[in-house]
Design a protein around this ligand. Sequence first.
Ligand code: PLP
Length: 356
Amino acid sequence: MISNTVSIDIQKVGNSRVNEIDFENLPFGREFSDHMFVMDYADGKWGTPKIIPFGNIQIHPATSALHYGQSIFEGMKAYRNKENEAFLFRPDMNIKRMNISCQRMCMPEIPEEIFMEALKTLVSIDKQWIPDTEGGSLYIRPFMFATDEYVGIKPSDNYRFMIFTCPVGGYYSTPVKVKLERHYTRAARGGVGQAKTAGNYAASLYPAKLAQQQGYHQLLWTDGLSHEYIEESGTMNVCFMINGKLITPSEDSDTILKGITKRSVIEIAKSWGVEVEERPVKVAEVIDAIENGSLTEMFGAGTAATIAHIEILGVEGRDYVLPAIEGREFSNKVNDYLTNLKKGKIEDPFNWNIKL
Ligand SMILES: *Cc1c(COP(=O)(O)O)cnc(C)c1O
């Protein structure tokens, strides 16, 4: 298949596995579509882009990424409506963010037009894998890792860039309980918090496990320096509705992952005339606002869940119960709006959807 600028080698499966899938009962991230995209970097340049049948890959035991962590990823979704039209939501933003992760981790950037063509072609080929169920979507996982077969710490000379996709159902169906974390740190100033790099998630597992043992779903991270400012939660950015204003931690420090969902929520809020404040958010301010009733909503924003209502905030052993979910006007409305927009059910005044 030849596109205008990018030509991808395509080898299709003989028999699709799509009919073996129970689309009504999809676990998250455990079913994989028929095809995957692969492109290798060597001798200072990217090789031929390929789409091949999904399957295992062989790697050398000294593969650099396994030892020293030059490994990054992205996460995004494709949707399909009843008319069998498929859409990608703001893929340009994921492409740009992946390249920001590349820079920080000393990895070669991916030419934007190749990346975009790879996404469009892969998802088009596996279009029947996009669930058309309520809440269902095709989760897309681009990732890149260092492939030098070498024991020693230096930027690798060789890399592999891949994309696979997973049909998924709805994510957090229930509201979440989060625990404010004031001991462990997700990201420090000058660190790699703004990169979607593997080690960030490995580092969060232990503190998250402790929180889960205490009955919480996720952590609410604070800054690594004073632990007085709220940063984000798990793989979601966090937003508050206080006194009718949408308030969210600013991304000026390089410790918060710049989420596309949160950016979209902010742009929608502004278009609705909701006042938005992006600024440092103190833990003390949030607790005050809960206690005096001015905090009416708190939610996480991320690709996996879109909007995840937060119902309980645990702070040093005390659980603050937040306002009832049904009464949360803004986050319910923005969740419906974004969900419908991504599925192509309503007009797209922002031109965010790319139709395949
Ligand atoms: C991916 C991610 C987010 C959410 O980003 P989206 O683009 O909205 O999916 C937020 N925080 C962290 C740490 C993440 O890895």
